[in-house]
Ligand binder design. Structure first.
Ligand code: CAA
Length: 390
C-alpha cells in the first residue's frame, strides 16, 4: 500500500527585538566568557522587549507562511508553548485578528515543556493522513527565563517557529515511524505562580541523554532506520553543547566511538541559529532544523534524525527525508535578518527587562513602544492583552 507523504511544507521563524551577548553576562557574573562561548556553546541570547510575548513572536513567525500559501484549508492550528499567556484561552486565538486565521478551524494550545511542538507535528501528521486535502499550522513559541545569577541564566533565549504541515510537502517528508519515551521526573518545571523555571541542571542533562537513548531504542523496535542512514542529527538544544553531549552518549551507547569530527559532521550545521538565539524551548528543535537546511550542503533525498526532549519528561526520536527542490522553499535570508536585526542590550537594560512584571490590577496600562518587530503587546486593559500590528 502506498501512502501519501506528509510533512513540513514551509517553515518560518521569528525572534525577539533584543539580544544579550554572553560576554556581557560573563563579565557581570565574574566567569570566563569561554565557559559560555565554548563550555555550553552559547554566544548570545534573544531577550523579549516589554511589549513582546509568545503571541507577538508566534504571529511574526506565522505571518509569512499565510502570505505565501494563504489560509485556505488550514483547519487546525496547534500552538505549543510553555510560556502561555492565559490559563484558559489558547494563545493562537489572538492570531485570528493579528494575521487572519480562518474561522473554520480548531485552534488549540499544547504543553509538555520543550516537547510540545513535536506533539503538534505528530498530531498534524495524523490529521493529514486522515484527510490529505487539509493543512495544519503548527507553531512552537517560547521565551526561556531562569532566575538571575543562577546557572540556568546563560541558557535563556526566545523564538517562535511556524510550520505548515501538508501532504506532499516541499521540504521534509516525515517517516511514519517514531520512537517514544516518557517518565515522571522533576528535572525542570515551572509552577503556575512563577514566571521563571526551576531546574536541577545536572539531573536534566542526564535525564535528556537517557530519554534520547530510550526513544532511539523504541524507534529501532518500531522498525526505524539505522544510525548510519542519517545525514544529520537534529537535537533539541537548550544550549548547543547539549546536542553534542547527547549524540556522543547515543553513539557510545550503541558501541560506536564518537570522534570530534564525526560529531561536528552530524550536529554542526544544526547549531548556528541556536548558538545566537539561545534556548527557545518548544521551538529549539525546529530552529535547529532551519539552521541545518540553511547551512548544510545539498541534502536532497537525505534522511534526517530529529530528537525531541521535553523535561518532565517526554522524548521522541523521529525522522524524515529532505525533498527534491527544497532549497527553493527555504527562508534563509529572512531567518538571518531576524537574527542580525536584533538590538544588543547592555546589562542594566537586560536586568530591568528580566525583573519587569506585567500589571495585574485590571486597569488600563499602555506598554511603552520598544519592539520594531511586526506585532506588539500594546496595552493591558480589563485583564486583557491588547495586541497591535506595527
Ligand atoms: N572554557 C571552556 N569551557 C569551560 C570553561 C572555560 N573557561 N569553564 C567551564 N567550562 C565548561 C565545563 O567544563 C562544562 O563542560 P562539560 O559540560 O563538557 O563538562 C561546561 O563549560 C559547563 O560548565 P558547568 O557544568 O560548570 O556549568 P554550570 O553547572 O554552571 O551550568 C547547566 C550548566 C547545569 C547545564 C546550566 O546551564 C543549567 O542549569 N541550564 C538549564 C538546564 C538545561 O538547559 N538543561 C538541559 C537539559 S533539560 C532540557 O533540555 C529541557 C530544557 O530545554 C530546559
Amino acid at each position: 500500500m502506498t501512502t501519501t507523504p506528509v510533512g513540513i511544507h514551509d517553515l518560518s521563524f521569528a525572534t525577539t527585538h533584543y539580544a544579550l551577548d554572553h560576554a556581557v553576562l560573563a563579565e557581570r557574573l565574574g566567569v570566563d566568557r569561554d565557559k559560555f562561548y565554548l563550555g555550553i556553546g552559547q554566544e548570545r541570547m534573544s531577550v523579549a522587549a516589554a511589549d513582546e510575548d509568545i503571541v507577538t513572536i508566534a504571529a511574526a513567525a506565522a505571518q509569512p507562511i499565510l502570505e505565501r500559501h494563504g489560509a485556505d484549508n488550514i483547519r487546525t492550528v496547534l500552538l505549543a508553548t510553555e510560556t502561555g499567556v492565559d490559563q484558559s484561552k489558547a494563545a493562537a486565538l489572538y492570531l485570528h485578528s493579528l494575521i487572519g486565521l480562518p474561522n473554520a478551524a480548531r485552534v488549540v494550545e499544547l504543553k509538555q515543556a520543550c516537547y510540545g511542538g513535536t506533539a503538534g507535528l505528530a498530531f498534524a501528521a495524523g490529521l493529514i493522513a486522515r484527510d490529505p486535502s487539509q493543512r495544519v499550522l503548527v507553531i512552537a513559541a517560547d521565551i526561556a527565563k531562569y532566575e538571575l545569577d543562577t546557572p540556568g541564566e546563560p541558557t535563556q533565549g526566545a523564538a517562535a517557529v511556524a510550520m505548515l504541515v501538508t501532504a506532499n510537502p516541499a521540504i521534509l517528508a516525515l517517516d511514519p515511524i517514531s520512537g517514544l519515551y516518557s517518565a515522571d521526573i522533576m528535572d525542570f518545571w515551572r509552577p503556575n505562580y512563577r514566571s521563571e523555571a526551576i531546574v536541577d541542571g545536572k539531573t536534566s542533562v542526564n535525564a535528556y541523554q537517557k530519554a534520547a537513548q530510550e526513544a532511539w531504542s523504541d524507534y529501532r523496535r518500531q522498525g526505524g532506520r539505522e544510525l548510519s542512514e542519517f545525514a544529520a542529527f537534529c537535537y533539541h538544544q537548550p544550549f548547543t553543547k547539549m546536542a553534542y553531549k547527547a549524540h556522543r552518549h547515543l553513539l557510545e551507547s550503541q558501541g560506536h566511538t564518537a570522534e570530534a569530527a564525526d560529531l561536528e559532521a552530524a550536529i554542526g550545521a544544526t547549531t548556528t541559529y541556536n548558538r545566537t538565539v539561545g534556548n527557545s524551548y518548544t521551538a529549539s528543535l525546529y530552529l535547529g532544523l532551519a539552521s541545518l537546511l540553511d547551512h548544510a550542503d545539498d541534502l536532497t533525498g537525505k534522511a534526517l534524525a530529529m530528537i525531541s526532549y521535553g523535561s518532565g519528561s517526554v522524548a521522541e526520536f523521529f525522522s524524515g527525508t529532505v525533498q527534491p527542490g527544497y532549497r527553493a522553499h527555504l527562508r534563509t535570508e529572512a531567518n538571518q535578518a531576524a537574527i542580525s536585526s536584533r538590538e544588543m542590550l547592555d546589562y542594566d537594560h537586560y536586568r530591568a527587562l528580566h525583573e519587569a512584571v506585567l500589571p495585574t490590577d485590571g486597569a488600563y496600562h499602555a506598554m511603552a513602544e520598544e519592539t520594531r518587530r511586526p506585532f506588539r503587546l500594546a496595552a493591558m486593559s480589563g485583564h486583557k492583552r491588547i495586541y497591535e500590528a506595527r
